[in-house]
Ligand binder design. Structure first.
Ligand code: AFP
Length: 316
């Protein structure tokens, strides 16, 4: 039900009301709505902000853009004063940030403030990725998340969120509020699209055979270089698979467990899909640190199982 009807007037169901009527914990709603508010300022930063470098580097030694730092500050400030957050971990900050102002400390949040920021200068879609845990331990397996979401800054601004009862999409309206557009997004059948991250020339034998099987079955290649839009395609098209695999010379792949893989794996599993590092469920991986990276195959259960089979057969 995308909107509630009272008499002749149709009312859109907005994010806060939908979560409240779904019985979501009020402090968790607070965090999700703070991210929704932060997204308004991030949109403005993307549209008008400085596309240059910040002159600093992140935890992975990657050069930070001014937009990375600005987006990080926008989100940190809203979570810091939310009154319900104990700790924050940002992909753009080297260590965990303790909330130092009064808070009930019920939740902790890991986030990538602007994933794919290097795509802004070529005007491609980028996103914010958020992972929420109860308590103050951010280094626990992703299966313990209380919620996860992403905001996709594309031709439309949308939020896809799960609090453990299905995956739902909201779109930003003219008032910059998020209205429900579809609920209980569910992946169906085999992948119709695939997104192969990383250099193909460095694929291992198992991954190479997996990709060839996708091509042979007519699966279409759809890869933007942005994790958020690429995963969004898999979810909204109801069927696909994304991979950023282990590569020859890069056994851990590129993507970050806390800030990218866990939140997306939570969403995709809530949508009836699967997420694996090629051998193990992403959400069962014990984080070894904030900078933990892992290979990923994520999408329909059928496609992820096939990837694991090829890797098992070819690489043991
Ligand atoms: P940035 O946030 O540094 O732009 O990286 C984005 C990303 O982590 C993820 O969004 C993409 O899936 C992946 O990099 C693309 O990596 P390649 O550019 O190596 O394909």
């Amino acid at each position: 039900m995308a909107s509630a009807e009272r008499g002749q007037t149709k009312y859109q169901v907005n994010l806060r009301r939908y979560l409240r009527e779904s019985g979501v914990d009020r402090d968790l709603i607070r965090i999700i709505c703070e991210i929704a508010n932060a997204s308004k300022y991030i949109i403005n930063a993307i549209r008008t902000g400085d596309l240059g470098v910040a002159g600093t580097s992140n935890l992975y030694g990657e050069q930070q853009l001014a937009l990375d730092v600005l987006s990080d500050r926008i989100i940190q400030k809203r979570l810091m004063f939310s009154g319900v957050v104990a700790k924050m971990a940002s992909e753009e900050v080297d260590e965990i940030v303790e909330v130092t102002v009064p808070t009930n400390g019920r939740y902790s949040v890991a986030f990538d403030p602007l994933d794919g920021s290097s795509l802004v200068d070529v005007n491609l879609a980028v996103g914010t990725i958020v992972s929420i845990y109860e308590g103050d331990n951010l280094l626990q397996p992703g299966r313990n998340q209380a919620a996860s979401l992403y905001v996709l800054y594309g031709p439309r601004t949308t939020m896809v969120v799960s609090t453990g009862n299905g995956v739902h999409e909201f779109a930003m309206n003219q008032l910059m509020e998020f209205d429900l557009v579809q609920e209980n997004i569910t992946l169906e059948g085999p992948a119709r699209i695939y997104a192969p991250g990383g250099l193909r020339s460095k694929y291992t034998e198992g991954t190479e055979k997996f990709v060839r099987s996708l091509e042979a079955s007519g699966t279409k290649l759809r890869y933007s270089g942005g994790f958020v839009p690429d995963i969004n395609q898999v979810l909204i098209k109801r069927g696909g698979v994304f991979m950023y695999p282990h590569l020859n010379g890069l056994p851990s792949g590129k993507l970050r467990l806390l800030y990218e893989l866990n939140p997306m794996a939570y969403l995709v599993e809530q949508a009836g899909g699967a997420a694996s590092n090629g051998k193990q469920r992403i959400l069962d991986i014990e984080p070894e640190g904030l900078d933990h990276c892992a290979p990923v195959f994520i999408g329909t259960q059928e496609s992820v199982a096939l990837a694991e089979q090829f890797i098992r057969e070819q690489e043991g």
